[in-house]
Each structure stands twice: as C-alpha cells, then as structure tokens.
Design a binder for this molecule. Structure first.
Ligand code: SF4
Length: 317
C-alpha cells in the first residue's frame, strides 16, 4: 500500500517538474527514494554550481536550509523551494552572527574563510567560502603568510591546518553526526573485517581520522571507492552516501561506521531526513516554503561564494 502511494507521489512529482520547469537538486545525505527522483545528486559544491547553471524556473532543494540559501544566493531570480523550512544544521546553528562578528573583531587582520555549512549572515561576513571538497586548496590558494580565520567546523579546520601548516584561528563548532562516530566500535569492526578499508569525512574527530585509510569529502569518498581496488569499506560519514557507493560499485561491501551511542541512529542526519517524497510533492504543488533573502544580505553573501567557485574552477575542482 505504502509503495503504491509512493509510486503515485513520484509520478506526480515528475509531472509537476515538467509542468513548472522545476529541477530537484538532492544532497548525498538524502534518502534513496529522493536521490532517485532528483535531477542531480551531489555534495554542497557541485549542487551550488548546478544551482547557478541551469534553465529551470524553480529549484527544489532536497537538503538543508543553508544549501537552499546558497542556491538562492547564486540564482537570485529563480524560485528556490525547501520542502521543510525546519531542515537546519547543528553545525550552521553553532555559529550565530553576533558571536561571529565578535570572533572576527577579536582576531583582526585575518582572512575569513567559512565553510558552506553556515547561514547566510555568516557568509555575508566572510571573504571566501569553502566546502569539504576544496577547503585545503582554497587555503593553499592564499599567500603563505596570510593569516586565516576558519569557521565553523573545528574538525575540518584542524584537518586543513595539519595539511597546510597555515596560521589559522578556528571556530569551535561541530556536526553532531560526524563527531558521534565511535573509534572503539570502528576498530572492532575492522578487527572483524580485516580486508575493509576505513574511509572518513574530515568533519570527524581526530582519533577517527587517525585510523583512516582515506580521508575526504563526501564526493572524494565516493570517487575513492570507485577507483580503489578494495572490496569492502567502513564508511564514517552520513549513511545516505552509501546508496551512491553501492550503485557505482555493485560488487563491493559498505558498512556504516557505528556511532558512540548505538541507540541514537546518529549516523543519519535528522535534519536531512526531514525531507520526504510527500513533502517534495506538496512543496511542488503549493510552492509555499520558499527561500527569501534580503537583497543587501544576498549581494554580500554572493561575493565570497563566487570567489570560491572562481578558485575551484581555476584549479579544475
Ligand atoms: S550532516 Fe551535519 S553538517 Fe551536514 S546537515 Fe547534518 S548536521 Fe549539518
């Protein structure tokens, strides 16, 4: 019964997309059914680039609010819809604009690099935006003696600092999904599956990063599993990416890394999972949950995002 209802939703979504010249951009952390109906599935950087370069009148963003805001900033004349406006982000919410303004004032003379996982107000206060795919290259693109203020993820910030050796002051924020992975449980899994490689997102804590065979953004992890000769992977990032990993590597095994609290279901981002097929359909019908941003704020936030895209394109990322 449920599957018939979902088939009906999917055919109505397809019809409405055509009818309204809409596209669906879905993040890798969305559920499988949503990834399957999306026009494009990707990480934050590729979705931002896709938002800026398409002919659709409506962008329906299956992801969280900061991502839909980024799409609106890059495509201000399009209607950008988020099927549930409560789809926030623990990391973005850890960085409030008044506190961030003070942090910048307390650390003068630094170039402000903010991770894309920030609200529009933080982007508007930044010099350059980065994603986990390009953070190292963005930092390295600056002169070696340039002092940097990095926000808001302390784990990604420390990972970039270790890789680049740059002078960086880092905001103390975290993603609740990525900091919940249990080193002990991962090592136990590895002991039971000795041929498995441990692959880790840089938002994870240092002890988990230290046992990784490979560290990379969600897209980099996906690419690694395609190129690598291994057959089994313990995956320390949001579990939604495993759908794409299985799709591109049918013969390989993927095991989600366990969280510290085995009862919390923390390897799933509860914000991402607020988006459902039914909400996507309702959103396309009524077009109500639209992302609206004050024009001055939007123009300010555009500058550092465009700078990121320019640097990324120049570097072929
Ligand atoms: S996985 Fe973490 S960083 Fe990504 S949206 Fe969820 S809470 Fe935010």
């Amino acid at each position: 019964m449920e599957s018939r209802a979902s088939e009906k939703y999917i055919s109505e979504i397809k019809y409405l997309k055509e009818e309204k010249n809409a596209i669906i951009l879905a993040h890798y952390y969305q559920t499988e059914d949503i990834q399957e109906i999306a026009d494009f599935v990707g990480d934050s950087l590729s979705l931002s680039q896709r938002a800026a370069s398409n002919n659709a009148d409506i962008i329906l963003f299956a992801g969280v609010k900061f991502m839909a805001e980024t799409a609106k900033i890059l495509a201000p004349y399009k209607k950008v819809l988020l099927p549930d406006l409560n789809a926030g982000c623990s990391l973005a919410d850890s960085c409030k604009s008044a506190d961030f303004e003070k942090f910048i004032k307390d650390n003068p003379g630094r170039t402000v690099i903010s991770y894309v996982n920030t609200n529009v107000e933080i982007k508007a206060m930044s010099d350059i935006i980065c994603t986990s795919s390009n953070a190292i290259q963005i930092v390295q693109s600056l002169p070696p003696d340039e002092k940097i203020l990095f926000a808001p993820d302390r784990n990604l910030g420390n990972y970039v600092l270790n890789k680049t050796g740059r002078d960086m002051v880092i905001w103390n924020g975290t993603c609740y999904v990525h900091e919940e992975f249990s080193l002990e449980a991962i090592l136990k899994l590895k002991e039971e599956n000795r041929d498995c490689k441990i692959i880790v997102h840089p938002e994870c804590e240092l002890p988990v990063r230290m046992v990784a065979d490979f560290i990379g953004s969600t897209s980099a992890l996906l690419q690694f599993t395609e190129k690598d000769q291994g057959k089994c992977y313990i995956v320390a990032t949001e579990v939604g990416i495993i759908h794409q990993m299985k799709k591109f590597n049918p013969g390989k095994t993927f095991i989600p890394a366990p969280p510290k609290d085995s009862t919390c279901g923390c390897s799933e981002c509860s914000f991402m999972k607020l988006i459902t097929i039914e909400k996507i359909l309702n959103c396309l019908i009524n077009e109500k949950s639209e992302i609206l941003i004050d024009n001055d704020m939007l123009l300010k936030a555009q500058v550092p995002i465009r700078r990121m895209i320019e640097i990324s394109e120049k570097l072929g990322l």
